[in-house]
Design a protein around this ligand. Structure first.
Ligand code: CP3
Length: 345
């Protein structure tokens, strides 16, 4: 049980309410850059960690005290619910998720099973409950978005140009929309279960949707995203959207009923606000800068803070996840800088 007073700066920033200082957390804040994590990984695979609530809670907690971040993100993967839907997935080191039965036709989509969280992923819900007993910062739950999940299911693994996914989408629109429906339903059920177990905010990772142009996004993806966020509106948990290289989709995201827009480093916060983003933004330090000299990193972090703090709806994060090569001390120093600089203003 944590004895610290609860720090709700992150939740207040999500809602655009006044708070003490800019909250910060980092995508992939638990991971291979941490010696403690690498040690745990010597013993367990990624899925073995997530299947053991005590180990999984420990991994989720690692960066909280160490970095002094203002939110925790559940340690899991976007592919965690896939086996229950009938997809055999393996996480390969330095590659990512690999699938041995990729989707090639409508019959494959029809075979996908719905998710029953309390039976299929009870360990995730147990981890969330354990975490809520220990944390003095909010816990973020998450899920992969239908497009990004579909890209793995159709390509069979990571991809550079998503040509199989795009060919499937354009040639089999009926099967594609069925796939979006099934993955969308899973996303809603999974996130609702996480919220009911104790997650206080949720982030939807549509990491690879930037591969689509705005027209195709509107036709093939926006309807399911709308259904997902609308279904979650009755839950008392802010909803965060994130994608990489998706600056050209901001106006589309802006139409969705969500609370926070996550930016990668290619679009500045000012540019996003000029495009009509008036809700909370989260981002967007280039994770490559975590490997640069401190004065350069500080200069860039300061610029992001100056832009972000023009409105109370700002959460500091990276434009994408922490690389394994980053030093723990760099993230410690960055968090301290964000807190000190924003508390003085
Ligand atoms: O701290 C956190 O951010 C929470 C944990 C988390 C993981 N995956 C653990 C993980 C989260 C939020 C994810 C989401 C995820 N997984 C996304 C969306 C976010 C993004 O990065 O765009 C995607 C696309 C995946 C798919 C995936 N899983 C990839 C691309 C990889 C990396 C492969 C590699 O080895 O570099 C994984 C594996 C994975 N998921 C690791 C971690 C910590 C790698 C470390 C390991 O093997 O121990």
């Amino acid at each position: 049980m944590s004895t610290k007073p609860f720090n709700d700066n992150f939740l207040k920033a999500c809602r655009g309410e006044a708070h003490d200082r800019v909250p910060a957390w980092y995508m992939r804040q638990a991971g291979r850059y941490q010696p403690e994590y690498r040690k745990i990984r010597e013993k367990y695979s990624l899925f073995e960690i997530t299947h053991r609530p005590e180990v999984c809670a420990e991994v989720t907690m690692l960066p909280i005290e160490q970095l002094d971040v203002d939110a925790a993100i559940l340690f899991a993967d976007i592919m965690t619910p896939m086996p229950a839907m009938g997809i055999n997935v393996e996480i390969k080191s330095n590659i990512g998720p690999v699938i041995d039965n990729p989707i090639t036709c409508k019959e494959d989509v029809e075979k996908l099973q719905p998710l029953h969280p309390s039976e299929d992923v009870p360990y995730i819900l147990d981890t969330i409950k354990l975490l809520r007993e220990q944390l003095s910062v909010p816990l973020i739950g998450f899920a992969g978005a239908p497009f990004t999940l579909a890209s793995y299911l159709i390509e069979g693994g990571p991809s550079r140009n998503y040509y199989k996914t795009k060919a499937f989408m354009h040639s089999n629109p009926e099967a594609w929309h069925l796939l979006m429906d099934k993955l969308g339903e899973m996303t809603v059920t999974y996130l609702q279960a996480q919220i009911h177990a104790g997650a206080q905010a949720v982030q939807v990772f549509d990491s690879w949707v930037g591969a689509l142009n705005a027209q195709d996004y509107r036709t093939y993806v926006a309807p399911v995203m709308n259904r997902i966020f609308s279904a979650l509106e009755k839950e008392n948990a802010p909803k965060i959207m994130f994608g990489v290289g998706a600056g050209h989709l901001l106006q589309e995201w802006n139409k969705l009923p969500l609370d926070v827009i996550g930016l990668d480093w290619r679009t500045s916060i000012t540019q996003a606000r000029q495009q009509g983003v008036s809700r909370t933004v989260q981002g967007n330090l280039d994770p490559g800068l975590l490997l640069a000299d401190w004065p350069e990193l500080e200069k860039k972090a300061k610029k992001i803070l100056d832009e972000g703090m023009e409105s109370p709806g700002f959460i500091f994060n990276l434009g994408h996840g922490v690389y394994p090569q980053v030093k723990v001390e760099t993230l410690q120093r960055l968090t301290a800088f964000i807190h000190n600089y924003s508390a003085k203003k």
